[in-house]
Structures are given as C-alpha cells and as structure tokens.
Ligand binder design. Structure first.
Ligand code: ATP
Length: 238
C-alpha cells in the first residue's frame, strides 16, 4: 500500500457531453492537506469536476492521474452528495455499510457505526429505518458513512445546500474535524460564508474552466479576475 494517493493531477482534462464541452481543458494539482473549495455560478462545472476527480466521470481527452493504483484510490476516498443517498436499512447499518463492503466483520463494523451514531448525535433514531430521518439527519448519516473508512480524500458537493443553520454548523463541524485528522477535503459550495469558514484555498470556476486559485483571504479580498470580482459583488455572470 502506498503512503498517500495524493497528489491528484489533471492534465488537459476535458469532459464533453455530445458536442458540448462541460469542463476543460483543465490543468490542476491537488495534494497536501486542508480544504479546497470550488465556487462559481450555476452550471460552471463544479459538480462535473468533483465527479471527474472521484472517478464517476471519465475524461474524454487529457488525463486524471492519482499517485496510486485504481483500487487503492477508489477505496481511500469518499463522496457526499447534495441530496443524501440513504440505503433502505437502519441508520447504524447505513453507516457500517462501507466497512462491510471492505471485508470488516459485521459485528465490528456495527460497533464502529454505533460510535458514529453518538458522534453525530442521532441517538435512538439511528436504530430506525433511515428513511424516516429528517434531511439534516440523513446528511449527517451520509457524512458518518463517508468518514467511517477514514478516507484520505473526501469530496463534498454542496453538502449543506438544503439544510438550516443548525444542521449546517453540525456538518461543518464534521468537515473540520475530518480535516484536522488529516483528510484532504475538496468541496463545492454556493455559500460564501461557508467558503470563508472552511476553505484554505478557493478554486473559482466559470464556464468549465478554473479562472482563479488563491488562498481564501486573497480570493475574497483581492480577486484577480474581472469574473471573480463580479461574482463576489453579486453581479450576474453570464
Ligand atoms: N450528462 C449531461 N449531459 C448534458 N449536459 C450536462 C450533463 N451533465 C452536466 N451537464 C451540463 O454541464 C454544465 C455544468 O454542470 P455542473 O452540474 O457540473 O455545474 P455546477 O457548477 O455544479 O452547477 P450548479 O452550481 O448549478 O450545481 C451544466 O450546464 C449542465 O447542464
């Protein structure tokens, strides 16, 4: 097993749907530690870039290169979607699932999942069918399921878009705690406040390209491109 699956690099990567270029060509390297946040207007290509890095999309041209073999890369990263995906089973079993898939004995996997039920504050509700949970509870469940394998990289696609302030803060606490334990976070959000709270660096996307990459402070205080300036000011970006 290699020590790290990072950095991940894009070399001239393009994703097309039919004739339309959705993202690219993109050159990008993500390594090290911390939290990188993708921001940009609707349709900029944030979700597609996250999916490409995670392996849910293929590059039509160019390349995505990780620093490890495919199987290792896949088993050492997790993805949390905007709308939580919940399996038709109890909360505990939902959280235990990735460990069971990786061959951990069911009893041990369940014991580990029970700890996560406490960590995310679900209590007894976590023993019920996960479909009865509220949106915020489902997203916390999805976070615990993503984190139970101690992933080296965690992709998050607008994980708090449908949540209220209290649930958002709880999800952000889980993200920061994972980051502090060494998980590399790569996340898309529309929420500037959240980007300021969580990001070490910002990747600003517009029309399928990365227009700017900068530290959070530099990006919000002194954006370099006219597009980023407009976006931060709240002007329409067409
Ligand atoms: N399978 C597909 N077929 C055709 N077009 C697609 C497909 N997937 C994505 N697109 C288009 O690619 C563009 C980028 O979509 P993507 O979801 O990556 O953007 P986004 O920045 O995440 O947007 P949002 O902020 O609205 O979630 C959009 O115009 C979308 O309609």
């Amino acid at each position: 097993m290699v020590e790290t699956i990072l950095p991940v690099e894009l070399n001239g990567a393009v994703v097309r749907k039919g004739e339309k270029i959705i993202i690219g060509p993109l050159d990008l390297s993500i390594g090290g530690t911390g939290c990188s946040i993708l921001i940009g207007p609707n349709g900029a290509g944030k979700t597609t870039l996250l999916r490409l890095l995670h392996g849910l999309e293929r590059a039509n041209s160019g390349a995505v290169k990780w620093s490890a073999r495919k199987n290792e890369v896949f088993s050492r990263q997790s993805f949390v979607f905007q709308s939580p995906v919940v399996l038709r089973r109890s909360g505990v079993e939902n959280i235990a699932y990735p460990l069971i898939v990786r061959g951990v004995a069911r009893k041990m996997a369940r014991a580990e999942a029970e700890k996560w039920i406490d960590e995310i504050g679900l209590g007894d509700v976590g023993r019920y069918d996960a479909h009865v949970l509220s949106g915020g509870e489902k997203q916390k469940l999805a976070m615990a399921r993503a984190l139970i394998t101690k992933p080296e990289v965690l992709f998050l696609d607008e994980p708090t878009a449908n949540l209220d302030g209290a649930s958002t803060l709880e999800i952000e606490r889980l993200i920061l705690s994972a980051r502090d334990k060494g998980t590399r976070i790569i996340m898309a959000t529309h929420d500037f406040g959240q980007a300021r709270r969580l990001a070490d660096d910002i990747l600003f996307m517009h029309r399928g390209r990365i227009h700017e990459r900068a530290s959070t402070e530099d990006f919000f205080d002194e954006p370099k491109t006219e597009e980023a300036n407009k976006f931060i000011r709240g002007d329409l970006l067409l």
